[in-house]
Write a protein that binds this ligand. Structure first.
Ligand code: NDP
Length: 502
């Protein structure tokens, strides 16, 4: 059996969860709770309140009041900057605690949580980055169309009350990508973390509160998609919805938004290609591609390069390295420094991934390694051994569906045109990687591939760069200037100065 997570839970002194509404931490009105079981051990970790429509309504009304009457949207830029920079400092100071809570949520190992985009340093940098935007959210001054002295200008104002729905795979990072720009823009927020990853987000909210936010600016409601999430996305007093998760819920959000024309930002995952040419460092391409699909989050990553389009001449070399990386993945207790990857989040996700692996074989793809539920001491957890499929054609289910598990599909190609055609033959369009040492080819491929982010010989998220999808990978962008602008409305000001125009 995997070592119990209980000692760590006790060491962290966790009380059961509470929700923050209008500056007060409280239980749900009807005292309903649900129990969170750890995905590596199936142990009971804690119970959390289930916010019903009445609790969500209180939270949204608090955020509405704080927006319509409170100081935050009208605060001096220096005040908002001070609070956001303090949040960044607190996140750095409490980084280890945040990662430990995340490991109790979704079993992401500490070894991975402390690396780059999931690290506390990165989360803090996102707050610092958006703090830097607060006094630079400028409109324009336009030349007067009618001549004369009159002035035409635009202002950026906060969009209003934001409903933020966070998934379970990288709860801290995905919460920060929404909260930092929303708060920097002067919005007020109601957050709903996933029922499978609540601890870490609740602690993050406490840190943000501690940094000096006025009551009601940031509220959190806990509970499942239904009733909690559903009540939030359909609330008429919410002005904008910001969501990361599945296409199915993304559609519900667009439908809910339609009733009152809420603004939306959606990040809906992908089926990203990694295109490997023979002139690339094929070993590195295979190691990073397979590593991204299996290490850390076990493929539960929106931008994971799960379709490896590999030139026929180097397919064997690529496969051998991918298989080797798969054999190096180690599972278990997320607090064990030797553990490099996580279980799947719940048994629903486990059944779905194993089902898709079966479908791949039934449709004629060849399973080179892995793809089974781990047994022995891992049997209690939702672990699936890292899988590599070859002889995959792009019309197979495993090449089209976002599997969200440790499964790589290797699809051969013969020339650049075929590689582009396969890369773009998808309903998604979140990210892509091109592996080549030919700069001209890299630029041709970058232009030809329809995806929100293209990496040449690898990629990393950047706190100041836009991230989001083409096609069904979503709407809008997180990160950088486009992210903060998405939490604003543009107001045009007409200012006639000449008497005859008044
Ligand atoms: P969901 O889209 O259901 O979950 C994401 C968030 O939406 C969670 O907070 C969830 O709450 C919430 N939610 C669920 N239903 C509703 C609703 N009716 N109204 C409002 N909020 C709702 O993802 P799943 O957990 O079902 O995962 C399924 C698939 O989605 C994965 O296999 C993967 O393909 C994709 N996915 C993509 C992610 C990404 O990073 N782009 C992240 C997560 C999933 P709760 O969890 O409490 O039910």
């Amino acid at each position: 059996m995997v070592a119990s997570i209980k000692p760590k839970r006790d060491e962290l002194g966790l009380s059961e969860g509470l929700m923050l509404i209008d500056g007060t931490w409280s239980a749900a009105q009807d005292e309903q709770t649900w129990e969170h079981r750890h995905p590596a051990t199936a142990e009971l970790v804690a119970g959390f309140p289930i916010a019903g429509p009445a609790d969500v309504d209180r939270a949204v009304r608090a955020a509405r009041r704080a927006f319509d009457q409170g100081p935050w949207p009208r605060a001096r830029a220096t005040e908002r900057i001070r609070v956001l920079r303090r949040v960044a400092d607190l996140v750095r100071e409490h980084g280890d605690e945040l990662l430990a809570l995340q490991a109790l949520d979704n079993s992401v190992p500490l070894t991975f949580g402390s690396v780059y985009a999931t690290s506390p340093a990165f989360l803090a940098d996102v707050f610092d980055h958006h703090a830097g935007w607060v006094d630079k959210l400028a409109g324009q001054t336009l030349p007067p169309y009618q001549g004369g002295d009159h002035m035409v200008m635009t202002l950026r104002e906060p969009v209003g009350v934001v409903g933020a729905v966070i998934p379970w795979n990288a709860p801290l990072m995905l919460a920060v990508q929404k909260l930092a720009p929303a708060l920097a823009a002067g919005c007020t927020v109601v957050v709903k973390p996933s029922e499978y990853a609540t601890f870490a987000v609740l602690r993050l909210i406490r840190l943000i509160e501690e940094a000096g936010l006025p009551a009601g600016v940031l509220n959190v409601v806990t509970g499942p998609g239904e009733p909690t999430g559903d009540a939030l996305i359909n609330h008429p007093l919410v002005d904008k919805l910001s969501f990361t998760g599945s296409r199915a819920v993304g559609r519900r959000i667009m439908t809910a938004a339609a009733s009152t024309f809420k603004r939306v930002t959606l990040e809906l995952g992908g089926k990203s290609p990694a295109v490997v040419f023979p002139d690339a460092d094929v070993g590195t391409a295979a190691a990073i591609t397979m590593g991204t699909v299996t290490m850390g989050l076990s493929g539960q990553v929106c931008l994971a390069p799960t379709r490896a389009l590999v030139h026929r001449d180097v397919a064997d070399e690529f496969l051998a390295m991918a298989e080797m990386i798969g054999s190096m993945v180690s599972y278990g207790n997320p607090f064990d420094p030797a553990v490099t990857s996580s279980p799947l989040i719940n048994t629903r996700q486990l059944d779905r991934v194993l089902g898709l692996i079966e479908t791949g074989q039934a449709e004629g793809a060849r399973l080179v390694c892995g793809g089974t539920r781990s047994d022995g001491e891992l049997a209690e957890g939702n672990f699936v051994t890292p899988a590599v499929f070859t002889d995959v054609s792009n019309d197979m289910t495993i090449a089209r569906e976002e599997i969200f598990g440790p499964v790589l599909s290797v699809i051969p190609f013969t020339d650049e045109d075929e590689a582009v055609r396969i890369a773009n033959d998808t309903e998604y369009g979140l990210a892509a990687t091109v592996w080549t040492s030919d700069l001209k080819r890299a630029m041709r491929m970058t232009r030809a591939i329809r995806a929100g982010t293209v990496g040449i010989n690898g990629y990393q998220l950047e706190p100041h760069a836009a991230f989001g999808g083409f096609q069904q990978s979503g709407l809008g962008r997180e990160g950088g200037q486009p992210a903060i602008e998405a939490y604003t409305e543009l107001k045009t000001v007409l200012f006639p100065l000449t008497d005859e125009m008044m």
